[in-house]
Design a protein around this ligand. Structure first.
Ligand SMILES: C[S@@+](CC[C@H](N)C(=O)[O-])C[C@H]1O[C@@H](n2cnc3c(N)ncnc32)[C@H](O)[C@@H]1O
Length: 290
């Protein structure tokens, strides 16, 4: 019988996983490596868009394989910073989905008027446009003085932008339209001053805002809230991670607290579906009832 020397176990050498299987293996190892080295947990992010972003980073780093990307990530924290920006999909805008803000004014604001003080968690706030929009609504509705907003995101870099509150001036036309359609009560330009190509928003809008890094995939609840806004974040998570985040929100909301999700998100089909009543189905606004 011909003898053969194995430097690696035969099952590994002999197996010929298809390209997709091999890629999946590389993705799993890479995500595990990121988790163990940096604590960022992307293991349960929806795979298709995650893979696209990993490939984009791999190409941008002039690497041939995801395994090479893993090696670089492990040894170069700056490469991890770059990947974090790729993975955290920060698309946002002021008064995004104006109809949501109309519903918030009409259906949530009256409830908040019944509380002496309101704690709001804006989870996955990205560069802050959502937080400034919310602060404007609360100011116009006479609630801001007795509100604290906790604005969190996994990504420190976007939080720095959020804290600075300077957004591109060329976006202001679109944001003004959104603001009007969202039921804005003033002239939108009252909230910012133009400086070069930036619009610097009034510091009064962030007086009652605490910005902090928080990872929905691995960090715990840190307060009890009357309102949680988590819009357009969970669409990037797989079912397991969505369930985890729903547990977290359910535990973090006071009874009768409000949960507001993005247009493509829902509490339906989660283990907490019966724990909420619908405040506005189209705008994905729910109220905790048990
Ligand atoms: C598409 S933006 C949504 C921003 C804003 N909520 C909106 O609706 O316009 C998604 C945000 O979720 C953040 N994010 C992604 N994974 C996260 C996690 N595990 N924990 C906290 N934030 C996360 C991203 O960094 C990004 O800023």
């Amino acid at each position: 019988m011909a003898s053969r020397e194995w430097s690696t176990p035969p099952e590994v050498v002999d197996s010929d996983p298809g390209r997709d299987e091999l890629e999946e293996l590389e993705v799993e190892l890479l995500l595990e490596a990121i988790y163990r080295r940096y604590g960022f947990d992307f293991r349960e992010y929806a795979r298709a868009s995650l893979k696209r972003r990993l490939w984009r980073r791999m190409t941008a780093e002039h690497l041939q394989t995801l395994s090479q990307l893993q090696d670089r990530l492990l040894h170069d924290p700056q490469c991890m910073e770059r990947l974090l920006l790729d993975l955290s999909i920060n698309v946002t805008s002021m008064f995004r989905d104006p109809s949501f803000h109309v519903a918030f004014r009409e259906k949530v604001v009256p409830l908040l008027h019944t509380y002496p003080f309101t704690r709001i968690w804006c989870a996955g706030c990205s560069t802050g446009e959502e937080v400034y929009s919310l602060a404007i609504v609360l100011q116009e509705e006479g609630l801001y003085e007795r509100t604290r907003i906790y604005a969190t995101d996994i990504n420190e870099a976007v939080l720095d932008t959020a804290k600075a509150g300077v957004f591109p001036l060329d976006k202001m036309q679109q944001y003004t339209q959104n603001y009007i359609r969202a039921g804005g009560k003033h002239d939108f330009s009252e909230y910012y001053v133009a400086a070069y190509d930036g619009a610097c928003f009034s510091r009064s809008l962030v007086e009652n805002v605490v910005f902090a890094q928080h990872n929905l995939a691995s960090d715990r609840a840190f307060n009890e809230f009357n309102v949680i806004l988590c819009r357009n974040v969970m669409i990037y998570f797989d079912k397991t991670l969505q369930d985890r985040v729903h547990d977290l929100f359910y535990d973090s909301l006071e009874t009768f607290g409000i949960l507001a999700l993005g247009h493509k998100e829902s509490v339906g089909f989660t283990s907490h579906a019966d724990g909420y009543e619908v405040v506005d189905q189209a705008e994905r606004i729910y109220r905790k009832i048990t």
